[in-house]
Design a protein around this ligand. Structure first.
Ligand code: FMN
Length: 171
């Protein structure tokens, strides 16, 4: 078990946002595995309130990129995964949104463990309705994030976090 713990902590700690990608497609089986790992996240009452659209098509990706100031990241990424809250499955908005956050983190960690790279894009939510129109999703779907992913073309540093003492209290 010691080894498993070390692997999990290493994957968590060495994951960094990747914003530059090689010009190389990811195969569909790999994409499916990433999304499947997302769906193993916990959710309140196990309601699994998520839904996903995988975007590989260049024209759709270009339209998507025009909805964010991070256009260059989306254009450069071979694959984007749009993550939606399916409001028809929702029972408590706060908990559903938390479950989707856990789902996205599962995917980011899986991507990293596979030797791929990704970034969680949230700024695009400023144009949420435009994105929903471009992707022609049902009206119950609310965009939560876009994950841009691919083979990494940058090696990021170690990252930084606030010291534990600043964020942790024992009582
Ligand atoms: C909710 C959320 C929204 C984010 N939105 C963006 C974004 O729009 N563009 C971007 O480049 N990075 C975005 N990020 C990535 C963060 O900038 C990044 O996770 C943070 O700086 C820590 O760096 P690390 O992921 O390398 O540890 C977002 C992350 C989260 C969790």
């Amino acid at each position: 078990m010691g080894e498993k713990k070390d692997i999990v902590m290493d994957v968590i700690k060495t994951r960094r946002s990747i914003r530059r990608f090689e010009d190389r497609m990811i195969d569909d089986e790999t994409i499916k595995k990433i999304v499947e790992m997302g769906t193993w996240a916990p959710s309140g009452l196990n309601n699994q309130p998520w839904s996903f659209v995988v975007i590989k098509d260049r024209d759709v990706k270009e339209k998507l990129s025009q909805q964010t100031k991070y256009a260059h990241i989306i254009r450069n990424a071979p694959v984007c995964i749009a993550v939606f809250l399916d409001k028809s499955r929702s029972y408590n908005r706060t908990k559903d949104v938390q479950a989707i956050g856990a789902c996205i983190q599962n995917m980011l960690l899986t991507i990293h463990a596979m030797g791929l790279g990704a970034v969680w894009l949230g700024e695009i939510l400023n144009r949420r309705e435009e994105v929903e129109k471009i992707l022609k999703v049902p009206k119950d779907f609310e965009l939560m994030a876009v994950i841009a992913l691919g083979y990494p073309a940058e090696s990021p540093g170690r990252g930084s976090r606030r010291p534990l003492d600043d964020v942790l209290t024992f009582i």
